[in-house]
Design a protein around this ligand. Structure first.
Ligand code: C2E
Ligand code: CA
Ligand code: CA
Ligand code: CA
Length: 276
């Protein structure tokens, strides 16, 4: 009716208009980020607790716009996904990360694993597996040193058979890490049925392992379950020594978090690795 139409219109208030304009501006920034050099990568090291050395690092996308300033991934990643621009931005990032890791390997230091985040838009994109093969070929990085971080919700939303997809990725030689484990779906099916090399316990559990017996217990259960399935465990968002001590005691394999290092510029990570 005319009334309902009018109401619908008035519900579109000025705050929604602001949000819409902001999104349009962000899309504009993302569309030109590669050409304008407004995209770059930071790398956060992952430490092996047994040896206290860096075994790998996660590549995290950064956007710093001349017009809008630095954008938080929590703001621009969803916009990149909804607009489809994540495909080309992530392709750029993965290539950059593989190039960087190949360079480190060529120094002759012990090879490290570089992890990249994969969103559901990419998983459901027909050219996904081919584009990864292409990047590996172009950069010369041996596939076993590239890890794809995929969340359970991404696997659930996969339109192609997720098991088949992961098997294909593993056939190329890539490693798979189940990201943000313990949030959202957490179907144990994924752990037992899919070819998964590592899982990352989500920061939301790590935050409370020293204060909540329940969360400590869940972390312990996840670690022993994973180990029974030959899966390695990364704890993410570890911020202090108490959490670190507890994770050591529970036999967690790897740790990523401010307690060791925040995400770093490539040169900073390079220095850190060369000093080991
Ligand atoms: P994530 O995959 O869970 O990445 C870990 C996030 O935790 C990063 O945030 C990292 O900076 C932050 N972090 C690491 N250690 C600590 C800590 O000790 N304390 C706290 N408070 N935070 C810590 P960031 O870089 O802001 O990224 C946020 C999310 O954006 C990521 O969460 C990931 O889901 C997404 N993202 C980032 N880069 C990419 C990308 O290239 N592609 C896709 N698809 N998503 C990305
Ligand atoms: Ca991740
Ligand atoms: Ca994560
Ligand atoms: Ca997380």
């Amino acid at each position: 009716s005319k009334e309902a139409g009018k109401n619908r219109y008035t519900m579109f208030d000025s705050s929604m208009e602001d949000e819409l304009n902001r999104n349009i501006s962000i899309i504009e920034v993302l569309r030109n980020a590669i050409d304008n050099n407004e995209i770059y990568v930071k790398y956060q090291p992952q430490y092996e607790l047994k040896s206290n050395t860096i075994i790998g690092f996660e590549a995290l996308m950064r956007i710093k716009s001349n017009r809008l300033g630095p954008l938080s991934p929590d703001e621009f990643i969803p916009v990149a996904e909804e607009s489809g621009l994540i495909i080309e931005l992530s392709h750029w990032l993965i290539k950059e990360a593989c190039k960087f890791n190949k360079k480190l390997i060529d120094y002759g230091i012990p090879p490290k694993f570089v992890s990249v985040n994969i969103s559901s838009v990419q998983i459901n994109h027909p050219g996904f597996v081919e584009s990864l093969s292409e990047i590996l070929e172009e950069t010369g990085l041996p596939p076993e040193y590239l890890v794809l971080e995929i969340t359970e919700s991404t696997l659930v939303s996969s339109i192609t058979d997720a098991t088949k997809l992961l098997n294909n990725l593993q056939k190329i030689g890539l490693k798979i890490s189940l990201d943000d484990f313990g949030t959202g779906y957490s179907s144990l099916n994924y752990l037992t049925r899919m070819p998964i090399n590592t899982l990352k316990i989500d920061k939301s559990f790590i935050d409370h392992i020293c204060t909540s017996k329940k969360d400590a217990h869940i972390a312990e259960l996840i670690i022993s379950l994973a180990h029974n399935l030959q899966i390695k465990v990364v704890a993410e968002g570890v911020e202090n020594e108490d959490q670190l001590a507890l994770l050591r005691e529970k036999k967690c394999d790897y740790v990523q978090g401010y307690v060791f290092a925040p995400p770093l510029h490539p040169e900073e990570l390079e220095d850190l690795i060369k000093k080991e």
